[in-house]
Design a binder for this molecule. Structure first.
Ligand SMILES: C[S@@+](CC[C@H](N)C(=O)[O-])C[C@H]1O[C@@H](n2cnc3c(N)ncnc32)[C@H](O)[C@@H]1O
Length: 283
C-alpha cells in the first residue's frame, strides 16, 4: 500500500525526526534485528568484489553500530552513512563506536540521486518501502547502471510476530528514551509529557508494515533491471539477484532481503577479495 510515513514528510520537524531515528536505532540494535542478514550481505559483497559499503537512508546509523563487527576488514573495510536528512549527531556517535571503519556524509544524499564519487556496494536498511514502485525500481536500475551491487533489508512485514513487536515499540521507546544518546531533556519532554515520539514510532511502524514490498513484489521490481550503457541500451553485462527471508534472530523477526551484483562475464579471471584466491568466472 502506498502510504506516507509521518517522519518522512518534509514539514516534519528535524529535531523530532532525529529523536525518532535515534530511538529506532537504539531499539533495533538492542534486539539485533539485522544480525541474521550478515551472511547474505557478506556473500553479496564477495560477489560484487568490493569491501566498501555506501549505506543509503541511514537515519540514526541503522544497524551498523553492531553489524560491522560481523565482518572482518577484508570483507568490509569502509562503510559510508548517508541520508537525505542527515542526523549528524547520530552519525558521529556511530563512527566513534566503530573506529575508522565507519564514515559519514554530512550533506543531504538523496537515494534517488547518488553522487558519482560515492562508489561502493549500496545498502538500504528499513527504508526501501519509503519509495513507490517507480522510484524503487529506479534505485535498483541506478545501481545496475553504475556497476555497483545493492542490498535491500527490511524488518517490517505483514507477519503476526512483526505486527505484535511493532505494537510493543512505543513501550520499548518509553524504556529506552532516557538511555538514548545524546541525552536531551527535550527528548524526555516529547516522550513522556507529550508522547509524540512513541506515537509516531507506532503509526510509522504500522505504516511500514503495510508499505513494505513482499519477496514476490521485490522479485517483480528487479525482474527487468539490466545494466545499461551510457546510450541507454542494455550493456550485455549480467546482474544476479537473490531474494530471501532470514529469521534466525532472537525474536525470529523475518527480515526480507534482496541483493544484486554484476555478474562477471564467463571466463573472466578475478581475485576473490575475501580469500585472495584467483578465480575464473563460471558461465
Ligand atoms: C525508517 S528510517 C530508517 C533508518 C535506518 N536505515 C534504520 O535502519 O534505522 C528512514 C530514513 O530514510 C530517510 N530518507 C527518506 N527518504 C529518503 C531519500 N529519498 N533519500 C535518502 N534518505 C531518505 C529518512 O530521512 C530516514 O532517516
Amino acid at each position: 500500500m502506498h502510504l506516507i510515513e509521518l517522519h518522512d514528510r518534509p514539514w516534519f520537524p528535524k529535531f523530532l525526526r532525529d529523536f525518532i531515528t535515534d530511538d529506532l536505532e537504539t531499539i533495533l540494535n538492542f534486539v539485533n534485528v539485522y544480525g541474521p542478514v550478515a551472511p547474505p550481505l557478506r556473500n553479496a559483497l564477495r560477489h560484487a568484489g568490493t569491501s566498501r559499503v555506501v549505506d543509503l537512508c541511514s537515519g540514526g546509523g541503522g544497524p551498523w553500530r553492531r553489524l560491522w563487527r560481523e565482518f572482518d576488514k577484508n570483507a568490509l573495510a569502509e562503510i559510508w552513512l548517508t541520508d537525505k536528512y542527515p542526523n549528524i549527531a547520530a552519525f558521529e556517535r556511530t563512527t566513534a563506536a566503530a573506529g575508522k571503519r565507519i564514515c559519514f556524509r554530512g550533506d543531504s544524499i538523496d537515494a534517488l540521486k547518488i553522487p558519482g564519487e560515492l562508489k561502493g556496494f549500496r545498502t538500504i536498511f528499513n527504508s526501501f518501502h519509503h519509495f513507490a514502485p517507480d522510484d524503487a525500481r529506479a534505485i535498483l536500475q541506478a545501481a545496475a547502471d553504475s556497476g555497483e551491487g545493492i542490498g535491500i533489508f527490511e524488518a517490517p512485514g505483514r507477519h503476526m510476530i512483526t505486527l505484535l513487536l511493532v505494537l510493543l515499540i512505543p513501550l520499548a521507546d518509553l524504556a529506552v528514551a532516557p538511555f538514548t544518546r545524546p541525552f536531551r531533556w527535550t527528548r524526555v519532554l516529547w516522550t513522556y509529557l507529550l508522547p509524540v515520539i512513541p506515537l509516531v514510532l507506532l503509526v510509522d511502524g504500522i505504516l511500514s508494515c503495510l508499505r513494505v514490498y513482499s519477496p514476490a513484489e521485490l522479485s517483480e521490481l528487479a525482474r527487468h533491471v539490466r545494466p545499461r550503457a551510457q546510450d541507454g541500451a542494455e550493456s550485455g553485462q549480467g546482474f544476479e539477484w537473490n531474494i530471501g527471508v532470514e529469521n534466525s534472530g532472537p525474536f525470529r523477526v523475518p527480515v526480507t532481503y534482496l541483493t544484486g551484483y554484476p555478474k562477471p562475464v564467463a571466463g573472466t579471471i578475478f581475485i576473490d577479495n575475501q580469500t585472495d584466491e584467483v578465480k575464473t568466472a563460471a558461465a
